[in-house]
Design a protein. Structure first.
Length: 82
């Protein structure tokens, strides 16, 4: 196992965060949450179809770095098929 870094929503502030998913209530509208610099969607967004208020209450990203640095792709992964 490598080194695991965990990034919570607070640590992602200042990054470009984008989420897209179907409305959990009506399943008919694509909901997009985007934040360029500040996490302006923290107060939630409203579904235009069913008017449900959708709030992101938790979010984290785990990044795993293998021991010994980065891994390079195998030759089969980099060969173009013509």
């Amino acid at each position: 196992m490598g080194i695991i870094d965990k990034y919570s929503l607070d640590r992602l502030e200042g990054s470009r965060v984008e989420l897209a998913f179907d409305c959990p209530r009506c399943k008919k509208q694509r909901i997009r949450m985007r934040a360029e610099s500040d996490l302006d969607f923290w107060d939630g967004v409203e579904c235009p179809k069913c008017n449900a208020k959708i709030i992101l209450d938790s979010f984290s990203i785990a990044v795993i770095r293998e021991n010994g640095g980065t891994t390079s792709p195998s030759k089969e992964e980099t060969v173009a098929i013509t």
